[in-house]
Structure formats: structure tokens, C-alpha cells
Design a protein around this ligand. Structure first.
Ligand SMILES: Nc1ncnc2c1ncn2[C@@H]1O[C@H](COP(=O)(O)OP(=O)(O)OP(=O)(O)O)[C@@H](O)[C@H]1O
Ligand SMILES: [Mg+2]
Length: 373
């Protein structure tokens, strides 16, 4: 079936960072893994940051546990493909499943040092803050992307994104964290220890007074935790702001691009347009549109070919209706796709089974035009 607009593949090749975006369940994680394998097979040193993959997919990729460390999956792919004639694995692929907790620790270690991290790890308030920070998966994924990119160990990195109500919500994460650290409660405690200004002193004194009043209400140890944490939070906030600027510079540079993944059912008339507008507004480039789980190849499929699928229906008397329903959906979809005026587009068919194995990921790559020379 015609599945690839060559433009999309060319544009994918030009990027060092590919961010797959889309609403929940459309296949972002699957497509990210398939593209990463395809790019690695072409000779690229590839990194894949994947978020909460299905357990079976993680197992097929040979990813054993959540880890902030890149895990090489070269052996797994080579093992799975050794019987495929003509398949060459020219590059390398490191993948990691996202572990938000570790990323915050790593950030603290990097900015403040190992000793500080050890000290903070024992602080109950750090644990609380680290938990709410960990909730900001989205920001930490970008943080990890930035780290990998800066390591210069990769030619290309594919970033999967978490499900979000609005597709580009993950980009707002730094602002949310900034606002969290800017919160008035924190502001009060974020006293720069090096600043000797009059107002700082006054604030420090008032803070002490406020603390002793609060201690009466909350108990001594909690406030002690807070005072221990305050100078570190101050530094963390400044380092965070600095990093945030660098990350945004990278994401909005020509090295990076977003790929909008959708399913035919989820594809509204103007969805892709509004995605592109939103992305542009945020300074991000859009690589193209990928329609996953398409049924259009089933249009005009002769009944005898369809009846095998239809026969899987428990009530065989429904088989003919099933056939007609699929045929109708496939026609509607073909009509809708034909009316799209998009230069950079790929269509991946609904595969007969869930995409959990290397073999099925290769099939998706094949639909994208890889492995064909
Ligand atoms: N082309 C396809 N054919 C058949 N099944 C598919 C296809 N693409 C994805 N799937 C299946 O759809 C399910 C959802 O895919 P996936 O987890 O990649 O979506 P997602 O967009 O990452 O979801 P989430 O938003 O929850 O992270 C998985 O079970 C996957 O195996
Ligand atoms: Mg996913």
C-alpha cells in the first residue's frame, strides 16, 4: 500500500532530535521505537528515550528496568534479525525507559555535588519536593534529552512524549516548575545565603521569626528540614532556570523537529494544522504527520480475504456486517486522507497484531520506506 511520502523520510534524516507527539494511545511509543531502530540500522548512533512503554514492548527491546542509564539494545536487535536476509545493522541503538526520580537526583548531583545529594536524600522535605518534581515527567524527559545530546555520543535522538490533553503540553513543564519554585511560600525561604543586603537580612530575620511561630504549630523537625533545604533550593532554582533556557534553545533550533502521530479516527479536519500553528508559536519545527493504524488498505478487499478476519467474530451471523463496517470505515478514511493537503505524510497500516516485537517494529519501519534499498 502507498504509505510514504518521501518528503517525510528526508526530513526525518535531517534531524538530530525527533520528538514524537500526539494524543493518548495513538502509537507514539511504538512509532518512536520503530523510527529509532530504522535510523540505527542505517548507521546512526541512535538514542531512544521512551516513556512508559508497554511491558511486552520493553521486554522485546531487551529493556529490563527503568533506568536513567542508556542501555544498548544492539544485541537484542541483532539476535532478532539474524535470520532476515539482507538486513544490515550498521549503527547502534541505546534506549532508556524514563525514570523521573533518578533524573532529579542527577540534576542535584550535577549542580550541587554528590555530598549535597546524600545530605538531601535524608531530608524528608526533599523527598516530598522530589516527588512533586518527579510528577513533571515531561520536563525531566527534556532534561534527559539535553544531557544525551550534549554527550555527543549520538547522531540522532528520538524522544517519545507522554500522553497529554494538549499535545504540546509537555513544553509547558519548565514554566510550571518555575512557577512552583516561584511560589510565594518558597520565595520566602529562598534567601540567597551570599547576599548581605539590608532587605535580605530583614527577610532572613523575619523568616526566622516566622519559622519559630510555625514550629510551634508543626513541630521542630519539619521546620529544621525546611531550613536545611532552603539554600539548596535557591541554587537549584537558578541552575534550573539556566538549564531551561538551554533546553528550549536546543528544541527550537533547526536540529530538532516534532512528528505529529495520530490515528485515522482521532484525526480531525484541522488537528494537524492547529498542531503546526501551536508548534510554530512555541518556536518548534514540524517534521510531518504520521497516520498510524490506518484501515484504508482494506478498502475494496474482496470478501473472501476479509472473511478470515470477520470469522474471528464470535457470532458468525455478524460477519457480513463486520465486513461492511470495516469497508465503510476504510472508505471514509481514504476519502479523508485524500483530502489532506500535506507535503510530509506517512501512513502506517493497522497491523494484524499488537506491535510488541522487533519484527513488527521493522514492519513499521518498512512502511516508512526504510530497509528497501
Ligand atoms: N500500527 C499498529 N497496528 C497495530 N497495533 C498498533 C499499531 N501501532 C500501535 N499499536 C498498538 O497500540 C497500542 C498503543 O500504542 P502506544 O503505546 O505506542 O501508544 P502511545 O501513543 O505511546 O500511548 P500513550 O499515549 O498511552 O503513551 C499498543 O498496544 C501498540 O502495540
Ligand atoms: Mg506512550
Amino acid at each position: 500500500m502507498p504509505s510514504l511520502n518521501q518528503e517525510l523520510r528526508t526530513r526525518l534524516c535531517e534531524r538530530k532530535i525527533i520528538i514524537s507527539c500526539g494524543t493518548g494511545g495513538v502509537g507514539k511509543t511504538t512509532v518512536s521505537a520503530a523510527i529509532a531502530i530504522a535510523l540505527a540500522s542505517e548507521g546512526n548512533r541512535t538514542g531512544l528515550i521512551t516513556i512508559d512503554p508497554a511491558k511486552r514492548l520493553a521486554t522485546s527491546l531487551g529493556l529490563k528496568d527503568l533506568s536513567h542509564r542508556p542501555q544498548s539494545i544492539n544485541n537484542t536487535v541483532e539476535e532478532a534479525t539474524k535470520s532476515i536476509q539482507g538486513f544490515e545493522w550498521r549503527g547502534s541503538l541505546d534506549a532508556m525507559m524514563f525514570d523521573p526520580k533518578h533524573t532529579l537526583d542527577r540534576f542535584v548531583r550535577m549542580t550541587a555535588g554528590e555530598e549535597v545529594l546524600e545530605e538531601l536524600a535524608a531530608n524528608r522535605l526533599y523527598q516530598v519536593i522530589s516527588d512533586s518534581f518527579s510528577g513533571a515527567h515531561d520536563y525531566l524527559a527534556m532534561e534527559m534529552l539535553y544531557d544525551l545530546h550534549s554527550s555527543n555520543n549520538y547522531d540522532v535522538i528520538v524522544l517519545d512524549t507522554p500522553p497529554a490533553r494538549h499535545v504540546l503540553d509537555f513544553l509547558d513543564a519548565p514554566k510550571k516548575i518555575g512557577a512552583f519554585l516561584d511560589d510565594r511560600i518558597f520565595q520566602w525561604f529562598l534567601v540567597d545565603p551570599k547576599n548581605n543586603g539590608f532587605f535580605e537580612k530583614l527577610r532572613a530575620r523575619s523568616t526566622k521569626t516566622a519559622l519559630s511561630a510555625l514550629e510551634k504549630l508543626t513541630g521542630k523537625s519539619v521546620m529544621a528540614d525546611f531550613t536545611q533545604l532552603a539554600p539548596y533550593l535557591y541554587k537549584l532554582k537558578h541552575d534550573f532556570m539556566d538549564r531551561q533556557d538551554k533546553i528550549m534553545q536546543l528544541l527550537t533550533s533547526e536540529k530538532a523537529g516534532t512528528l505529529f502521530v495520530t490515528s485515522p479516527g482521532a484525526l480531525g479536519q484541522h488537528d494537524f494544522e492547529s498542531f503546526c500553528t501551536d508548534a510554530k508559536h512555541r518556536g518548534l519545527d514540524t517534521i510531518g504527520l504520521l497516520i498510524n493504524r490506518s484501515l484504508q488498505h482494506l478498502c475494496d478487499t474482496p470478501w473472501e480475504n476479509m472473511s478470515g478476519k470477520a470469522a474471528q467474530e464470535p457470532d458468525l451471523s455478524n460477519a457480513w456486517q463486520y465486513y461492511q463496517a470495516v469497508d465503510m470505515l476504510a472508505r471514509q478514511e481514504r476519502h479523508r486522507i485524500a483530502s489532506l493537503q500535506i507535503a510530509s505524510l506517512a501512513i502506517i497500516p493497522e497491523l494484524a497484531k499488537d506491535v510488541h516485537s522487533i519484527e513488527t517494529l521493522l514492519m513499521i519501519g518498512d512502511c516508512l520506506g526504510y530497509y528497501q534499498e
